[in-house]
Design a protein around this ligand. Sequence first.
Ligand code: UN1
Length: 479
Amino acid sequence: MTQKYDNLIGGEWVAGGAYTPNINPSNLADVIGDYTQASAAQLDQAVQAARAAFPAWSTSGIQARADALDKIGSEILARREELGILLAREEGKTKPEGIGEATRAGNIFKFFAGECLRLAGEIVPSVRPGISVEVTREPLGVIGLITPWNFPIAIPAWKIAPALAYGNCVVFKPADLVPGCAWALAEIISRSGIPAGVFNLVMGRGSVIGDPLVNHPGVDGISFTGSQGVGGRIAQQCAANLKKVQLEMGGKNPQVILDDADLAQAVELCVQSAFFSTGQRCTASSRLIVTDGIYTKFVEAVKARMAGLKVGDALQAGIDIGPVSSLSQLEQDLSYVDIGQAEGAVLVAGGQRVTCGTEGFYMAPALLTDTTAGMRINREEVFGPVASIIRVKGYEEALAESNNTPFGLSSGIATTSLKYATHFKRHSQAGMVMVNLPTAGVDYHVPFGGRKGSSYGSREQGRYAQEFFTIVKTAYTLS
Ligand code: UN1
């Protein structure tokens, strides 16, 4: 008998219409638990509960909010190993990556516990004598949070923590594929002292509860991380309902390697950001843009490093790359390897399904050379351990190529030249730029987000999160 897990609505644990098994992608025989599927009627109840809780919560003392968030953060940090293992088991990140992500989630709650106490306003002189003007920030209202499967605890944390810190109520819909960490987080939040209805968990499919959440008249804003296709639809629905929206979507992140790069360092950061976490990060480097002088040495060194990577069960010690998270994602990854080759790219390493001790969605990371900017493999997000190499003559061409994409989330350059590093930081059309660092793996206390087709709306994380989760009020007083 596997354990059953229910939705949290108005402070009660309630069963949905059916239960879906949460299956370990490293071992398809391992069922983590049965997670309920919320109905559209339950989604409505969750929004009503959040609305009913909003007047008291939005005017509650900031000390109560800070204490609750601090308690949540402390419990996550104390249980980081257990939560990291759950994450690795349901999503397929390696155990150290899972523990790292759980730690990040705990730190995010701790950070926003402090932010509760730092939401300052302004007092501004009026242009009219005898009047004073105050500019303050108030909670936005009831917020719908929709999160993806690739960061099952950190992304929920970086949306839930600021939403609650700034006095909002939440209806949280995690990705259907990974409800385990979401449920564990909801259970921790339910014991933190936050009043019933302030935070609600509804698990289930986007097709059943996603649209009703986005279109619900009782929801004031939507924060979404996921694919560009879904994000675009959510933006249209929010515009039609005049609702505030924040979207984090895909990436096709470039990593430039110049002739003067430290070769060992460049290889390591490329392998890390292209293939670790099985390449399932919107910040992953999928386009390695390499200048002529270092090209041959670089390709050989990356191939050698890839030959040493161990693919296998996410919970096993010594594994570098866990499984792909689902069969449909594995099929997509493999199909892009075929598409790339059909377009003329040369597969120089990996790119096949591999078998390990247990039945799972394992794939050897793929490296494609001889690729050009117009190929689909260089324009569309794969979201797997698939990287392609674009050969260029020098820095100017590398910069142009790195910006030649409909996306703009993160970008990187490997160089020992201050001149090129400085120029790239200024001219790379990305929200986050890395010098001699992987494009993936960011801090939790500074803004996160991109440009062009990668992001829409204001930034997430750090104090910049207040832009989305609060609304500005300007008050005039005659003295
Ligand atoms: C990171 O690279 O540290 O979905 C975070 C994603 C991003 C998070 C990446 N929103 O991959």
